[in-house]
Design a protein around this ligand. Structure first.
Ligand code: GLN
Length: 542
C-alpha cells in the first residue's frame, strides 16, 4: 500500500519545501521504508530547460534525459533514489497533454475544462506512482494563494479524498517572521496561509514552521489553536548551518514520528541516522580547508550551480576538509590578469555554461591552471573551453573556437548533429527547437586503461548524465594529443570525446558530462573526491 504526503508552502517562496521534503524522505528511509519524491510545478513552461538560471536556478537532468526542477536534485542527494522524468511535471506539460488529446478527439463531444480534465491529468500523474514506493512525497511548487497553484490544490484535495485519510497527509510549510520592534515571532501569516489552504478544501495535518530562532510554547499553542491542529503537529523548523543537518533536526523535533502517527501507523520501526551523524561530524569538524575558484557566469546566484556546489562540499566531506568556494565572473579575466584573482586558489573549476559571454575569460582561467599547475576541473562547457585553450596555446591554432559563438574557421568545438541513444541514431540540425533537444541524460563512456580517470573511477566503463549541444571535434584529436592532451574517455563507438586530461599536470580533467548531478553526501562522486584531494596537495595539506 502506498501512502501519499503532499507538501505545500505558504507565506513566502524559498522556504525550503524541497529540502524539507527531501529530508523527510531520508528520515522515512532511515526507518526502512521505500520512498519516491516528485514535484508539481505551476508554471507554464513544459520544463525548466529553456529558463534562465537567474529565473529558476539550475536545471537538474535525470538519467532518462529529462530537464527538471532543481528540487529533484535535493531529493536524489538526500535519498539516493535516482530521479526520473516522471517525477516532475508542470502546468505547461499537463495542458500540452490534455490539449493534444483534445485534438486527437479523445474527449469527443465534451467541453474541456480545468475541472475535471486538468485536475484528472494531475491526479493521473500522482496515481501513476502507486506501488512504486511505501511513501510518495509530492511537493507542490509555488505558494498557496497563487492563482496558478489552484488546479494542483484542487487535484490533491480530490486525490486525498479518494484514497482516504489513512493514505494521504497534507504537510504545510510556513514562515514565522521575527519582528524586531515587537521582539517576537509572528504567527498571523501562518494563520492566514492555513486559512487560504482551507478555502481550497485542504486541512493541513502537519505544519512545518520555518523560523530564524526558537519558537516558544506559547506561539506553538497559538498556532495550534487558530489552525485547528494538535500542538505536537506544529513542528519548528529552525535555520541550520548545513542543509545536511536538516534530517537530524527535523527528527529531533518529531517530524517523522508525527507523520507516522498521522497515518495511524502503530508499530513505528526504529531508525538509524548514523550516516547523517557522520556527515555532520565531518562538516563541523574539518581537519583543514581548501579554496576552490569557480569561474562562471551566473556566479551571483548560488542556485545556478546548486548540484555543483553540493558535489564540491561532498568532496570535502569525504576528505574531512572544508571547501571554501570563491565565485568569479569569467568576464573579469577579459580585462584583468587572472593572477590577482586566482593566485590563492587550490583548485579552479569551470562549470557548464552556454553562449559566448564570458567564454574568453574561462579560456584564460584554463590556461592559468594549466601553466601554473593548479588542479583544474572543466565540466561540459569547462571542458570545451580547456580544449580550445590547448588548441590555441599548445598547437598554435590561433583561430580555435566553438561554432556555438558563430561561424568559426577552426571549429575545435562544433554542433553535434548525430549521435546514438539506446541503439538509435539521433539527428539534430542548427534550426531545430531549443527545448528538450540537447544530448540529454545518461550515456556510457569507455575510459582509457591507465589514465587518471580510469584510476579515479576504478573502472573502464562509466555512465554519466549529459546536457549539451556541442562537442569537441575529433578531427583535432591527433594534434592535441601530440601536444600532451589525452582523450581518456570516449563514447563506446569511439566517436564522441567524453573526457580529456593532461597526464603531466598534477590534476587537469575536462569532462563533457555533469558528474555533479550524481554526487551524494553519503556517496560522493569520485571525480570530486579526487579533485579535492588534488587541491589539498596543492595547498600542502597532505
Ligand atoms: N554550451 C555547451 C553545449 O551546448 C555546453 C553545455 C553545458 O555546459 N551544459 O555543448
Amino acid at each position: 500500500m502506498t501512502r501519499y504526503i503532499f507538501i505545500t508552502g505558504g507565506v513566502v517562496s524559498s522556504l525550503g519545501k524541497g529540502l524539507g521534503a527531501a529530508a523527510l524522505g531520508a528520515l522515512l528511509q532511515a526507518r526502512g521504508y521505500r520512498v519516491r519524491l516528485c514535484k508539481l510545478d505551476p508554471y507554464l513552461n513544459v520544463d525548466p530547460g529553456t529558463m534562465s538560471p537567474f529565473q529558476h536556478g539550475e536545471v537538474f537532468v535525470t538519467d532518462d534525459g529529462a530537464e527538471t526542477d532543481l528540487d529533484l536534485g535535493h531529493y536524489e542527494r538526500f535519498t539516493g533514489v535516482p530521479a526520473k522524468a516522471t517525477d516532475n511535471t508542470t502546468t505547461g506539460r499537463i495542458y500540452t497533454e490534455v490539449l493534444s488529446r483534445e485534438r486527437k478527439g479523445d474527449y469527443l463531444g465534451a467541453t474541456i475544462q480545468v475541472i475535471p480534465h486538468i485536475t484528472n491529468a494531475i491526479k493521473d500523474f500522482i496515481a501513476e506512482k502507486e506501488n512504486t514506493a511505501d511513501f510518495v512525497l509530492c511537493e507542490i511548487g509555488g505558494t498557496v494563494g497563487d492563482i496558478e497553484s489552484l488546479p494542483f490544490l484542487e487535484a490533491i484535495r480530490q486525490f486525498g479524498n479518494e484514497v482516504g485519510d489513512d493514505r494521504a497527509l497534507f504537510l504545510h510549510v510556513t514562515l514565522l517572521p521575527y519582528i524586531p520592534a515587537a521582539g517576537e515571532l509572528k504567527t498571523k501569516p501562518t494563520q492566514h496561509s492555513v486559512k487560504e489552504l482551507m478555502s481550497a478544501g485542504i486541512r493541513p495535518d502537519i505544519l512545518l514552521c520555518r523560523a530564524d530562532r526558537p519558537i516558544d510554547d506559547e506561539e506553538r499553542a497559538k498556532i495550534a489553536l487558530f489552525c485547528n491542529i494538535d500542538v505536537k503537529k506544529v513542528i519548528p523548523a529552525l535555520d541550520v548551518s548545513s542543509i545536511y543537518e536538516v534530517p537530524l533536526t527535523y527528527h529531533g523535533e518529531g517530524l517523522d514520528r508525527q507523520v507516522m502517527e498521522s497515518f495511524g501507523i502503530k508499530d513505528i520501526p526504529n531508525l538509524d541516522l548514523s550516516i547523517w551523524e557522520n556527515i555532520i561530524h565531518n562538516i563541523k569538524e574539518p581537519e583543514g580547508e581548501v579554496k576552490i575558484a569557480i569561474v562562471g557566469k551566473y556566479t551571483n546566484l548560488a542556485d545556478s550551480y546548486k548540484s555543483l556546489n553540493e558535489a564540491l562540499i561532498h568532496g570535502g566531506i569525504a576528505n574531512k576538509v572544508k571547501v571554501k568556494l570563491q565565485f568569479i565572473e569569467a568576464e573579469i579575466f577579459e580585462s584583468h590578469d587572472p593572477e590577482q584573482y586566482l593566485a590563492g586558489a587550490n583548485g579552479i573549476l569551470v562549470p557548464g555554461g552556454f553562449g559566448a559571454r564570458g567564454a574568453e575569460g574561462k579560456i584564460r582561467a584554463a590556461q592559468y591552471a594549466r601553466e601554473r599547475k593548479i588542479p583544474y576541473f572543466g565540466i561540459c562547457f569547462g571542458m570545451q573551453m580547456a580544449v580550445i585553450e590547448g588548441a590555441r596555446n599548445l598547437c598554435g591554432i590561433k583561430k580555435a573556437g566553438s561554432t556555438e559563438f558563430g561561424p568559426c574557421d577552426e571549429p575545435i568545438v562544433g554542433l553535434m548533429t548525430e549521435w546514438v541513444k539506446d541503439d538509435k541514431k539521433q539527428k539534430r540540425g542548427k534550426d531545430g527547437d531549443l527545448g528538450g533537444t540537447m544530448r540529454l541524460g545518461a550515456y556510457p563512456a569507455k575510459l582509457k586503461k591507465g589514465s587518471r580517470v580510469n584510476e579515479i573511477y576504478e573502472s573502464e566503463k562509466i555512465s554519466e548524465r549529459h546536457r549539451h549541444r556541442y562537442e569537441v571535434n575529433m578531427a583535432y584529436r591527433e594534434r592535441l594529443e601530440s601536444e600532451g592532451m589525452t582523450f581518456s574517455g570516449l563514447s563506446p563507438d569511439g566517436l564522441l570525446p567524453e573526457i580529456i586530461e593532461y597526464p603531466d599536470h598534477p590534476w587537469f580533467v575536462g569532462v563533457q558530462f555533469h558528474p555533479e548531478l550524481k554526487s551524494k553526501p553519503f556517496d560522493p562522486h569520485p571525480l570530486f573526491v579526487s579533485f579535492i584531494q588534488a587541491a589539498m596537495k596543492q595547498s600542502r595539506l597532505v
